[in-house]
Design a protein around this ligand. Sequence first.
Ligand code: DQA
Length: 144
Amino acid sequence: MKLLVINGPNLNMLGIREPAVYGKADYAALCAFVREAAAEAGVAAEIVQSNHEGVLVDTIQAALGVYDGIVINPAAYTHTSVAILDALKAVALPAVEVHLSNVYEREAFRHVSYAGMACVKTYCGLGFEGYRKAIRFLAGLEEA
Ligand code: DQA
């Protein structure tokens, strides 16, 4: 099984950006965590990060026929991007949404997730652990 892990804008600033919200670990640490979680689950995972909505759409489109599932933290585009929602619906790969923070306990504008409407599952507020659960869920190892 091959999974694509997509991270949206500002996640490359982990460790620097709002550590009280997102923690002190940096983006490299998140990537290392994801690689380890994928290896543990027995799946291959490629990780992509972009600050650009169109690049995220292109990345999702290019996943068709290449990957078996998508783990996506669209970051701020979660709450604004119909384009990312439509791309996820277009490829129709099983997708799991992840957020480091609990978006439903934050500002009201973070309570709407467009991308989430095309995802089979959401993990939020679990920090890095949400990515492990998302990978395990797609690998059929995590309880629903
Ligand atoms: C986030 C939550 C979003 O609301 C925010 O814009 C982010 C990160 C998270 O992982 O908690 O950039 O997706």
